[in-house]
Each structure stands twice: as structure tokens, then as C-alpha cells.
Design a protein around this ligand. Sequence first.
Ligand SMILES: Cc1ncc(COP(=O)(O)O)c(C=O)c1O
Length: 473
Amino acid sequence: MNQTTRPLVQALQYFKEQNPVSFHVPGHKNGLLSSLPREMQASLAYDFTELTGLDDLHEAEGVIREAERLLSSLYQSSRSFFLVNGSTVGNLAMIFATCKADDMIIVQRNAHKSVFNAIEMTGARPVLLSPPWDAHTQTPGVLTAELVEEALAAYPEAKAVVLTYPTYYGVAGEGLQEIINLCHARSIPVLVDEAHGAHFIVGEPFPRSAIELGADVVVHSAHKTLPAMTMGSFLHVRSELVSEQKIAHFLQMLQSSSPSYMIMASLDDARAYVASYKDSDKNQFLELRNSFIRELTSIPILKIVETDDPLKLLIRAEGHTGFALQASLESKGFYAELADPYQVLFVLPLWNVQSTPPLQAWNEKIVAAITTLGKVEENPILPDMDAWPAGISMLAFPPPLLTDVETEWIALDEAAGRVAAGSIIPYPPGIPLLIKGEQITEGHIRALSALIRAGARFQGAVQLAEKKLYVMK
Ligand SMILES: Cc1ncc(COP(=O)(O)O)c(C=O)c1O
């Protein structure tokens, strides 16, 4: 297939060139009634809907289907879907397609909140597998095959295994192939949230993609690492265990009936970008990355940590939390993906041969940013790793039952032994520290206290100012 073509982009361009008169939704009428800033208003001229010749995402048989076929051919799936509600909706659809109420589902504990939301919505019962702490990145890592094997032996009735690969921080590990083989030997499908790995298809030194390693369903946030618009994602299926029709069925239930053509066109464009990414582009990326790392390393206080995914860089400033480093970088206009108590996370652009970023100018500004850091913190506040529950655990109370129980807010330091009535999610990265229905331990409290003191942001059932948690009565 000709991967340089962009059927949906071309169809939108052609449609616009006809100067169409809009007597249809959306109400901005090709941007005419919009008073958004000029560039934003101009782009609305492409914000079409399901008009003749523009196909329909939910019954795709024209240009959208053609664009999805190109995507499927690139990733070697049996079917690939465009998603307009991020990997969130991909995670929901793959779990709905495999599980129903009371089914057991094995899930990596450091999954995104959308995975736990999906499990709660289906009423399935999660078996939580906690990977070992990854000391290199100071984050929870990826699962070992041994732990998955133990869980499969204990819960052979599980309907699916849900993995996060790579982690937000770019940890991919070596064990995915073996885990997939173990699951397939028991005819259990492997669903992979590869939100951060849409670019792995470009090959070494990037990790291998889960779809290539034989996972049944793989979800990609194209918008995270490829040049796609926010919310633009892919879902790929290649499986004898998961039905494509079921995935399609849930996607049409869970996604808008008015999907954004701008997002879909950007997915078509992102697919063409990565499909035409050559070794020369990759070499340019690696050279620019090395130069950038060299520049950063020359700043004495900074330490650069590389992970399995070359697109991710962790940057630490000795004696300072990541939050402090993030604030100093922002003072000079550099915005990192996230900060945690140890570091900030940079997501590099997937540079190509045409990229000429002003690395030296950046370096000078970063040097200036670092001078705003202030005094070294003698004891930067670090979370307590033993909060991270080891091995296999279960929720103390399944979330569907929580709707019928009484709840209350209690002081954080009195919460050990109680059951969380809502998840607590440091955001970003969106991985729950406590899952709704999970029993609260002293370790959770220590970690949460440290994160609050260090300045982390949260979503969910915590009142930061009063240091209160939402629990079952
Ligand atoms: C691992 C992981 N999975 C899923 C998601 C949700 O992706 P999206 O924002 O595309 O809905 C995120 C978002 O940060 C994520 O980090």
C-alpha cells in the first residue's frame, strides 16, 4: 500500500476547495460564525462532519476505512481503528470486549486510571499485579513473567491480562514476549495499553511494539508521540481470542456520534509521518538527541537519566525536587511532560531529517532557568517506595458495591486499615496511588504525605488542604 497517501486529509482538502455552503452542523458554519483567534478560526474551515464523500467513522467504508486500512497495514494488525477520545476509549473498549460483571481480570497495578475505570464499569474483578520498583527511574516498572505466571496459575479463569507497556517513563523491560506466550498458552488474551509507544514501529533502538510481539489488542495514543492532535489515538487488533466486531461495537457505543474530522485527519497524517520515517530520519533524531543530552550534561547540577524509550529523558537537579526543577524551567518557557519528587520527564519530538532545533539557544536558556532554582534542599522530600504493594493483591471491596455503602472523610493519618471510597491519582501521570476499594496501608499514607509535601497535584478522593481521605464507613 502507498503509505505516503493520506486519503482522509485529501478528501477534506478536496471538499473545502469546492467552497461548500453549510446548512448542516457544526454551528460555526465552516468557521464563519466563530470569533476565535484567527488561526483557530481558519482551521475550523476543515471541521466537517459526515458529509457525502467524507465517510462515517462508525460504519467506515470510504475514505476513513481506506485510512484505517493503511494504518492496519503499517502496524500489521488484522484491523485498526481511529479513536477520537484518546487511549482512554481504547482501554475501555478492549476491556468491555473481553470482560463482564464478576469475571476475573489480571491487571498491572501501575495502569492508567482509564483501565481501572473500565474494570469498574464492567463490574469485573481485578487481580492486581505490582511490578518491581524500577530504581533507575525511581518509578514502578514493568511486570516480570514469573509474577504473571503465578497469577495465571492462581486465577486460570481470568478473561484477560491487561498490561501497560511501556510505562509513562519509557520503561519497557525485556519480558513482554514471554508474558504474551504464557497467556496464549492458556488462551488468555493480552491487552496492551501502549499509549506511549505508537512510535516503536520505527524500530531499534526503540523497543519492539507489543503488536509485533503478538499482543491481541494494542492501544496507542498517537497524540502523545506522533504528530497527531490531542485525543487522536489508534486501536489495533490481531487476535484469535478477541473479536474485532465486539471492539467495533463498543467503540461505536463509547465514542461520540460526531467524531472530530480534524482529529481523524491528524491521525491519517500521523500514520503517514511514521510510515515514511526512514533510517536517515532516525539517525538525525539520535544525533540531535545525543547533542541535546551533551548540552544538558554540561550543566553541572543536572543529571540526565535515559530509559528504554529514547524519546523520553528524565532530568534531575541535585538537591532539588522535580517540582522545583519544573518551576524553574517554566520560568524560562520550557514545559516538561510532568514532574515528580525526583525529576522531570521530557518527551522529545520524533525529529526527522528536516528538524533543526536550536539546541544551543535552548541550552543557554536552561542554564538561566537553573540559576532560578534557589537553595539546595538539604532533604528533598521523597516518596516511600514501600507504599508500592508487592506481588499480587486484590481490592478489599469491589467498586460496584461501593455505591451502596456509607462513606466519610477522615484525617489522612487515621486512615490506615480503612478502605478507599475513591481513587487517589497523582496527575500526571494518572496512575492511582490508591484504587477505589483498596485497603489503605501505612505505606500509602507515607507516600501520599510525601507527595503532598513535595507539591504533587492530584485527581480524586483527597482533600489536600485538610489532608483528608474519602473512605468507607
Ligand atoms: C499509560 C496511559 N494509558 C492511557 C492514557 C490515556 O490516554 P489518552 O490521554 O490518550 O486518553 C494515558 C494518558 O496519559 C497513559 O499515560
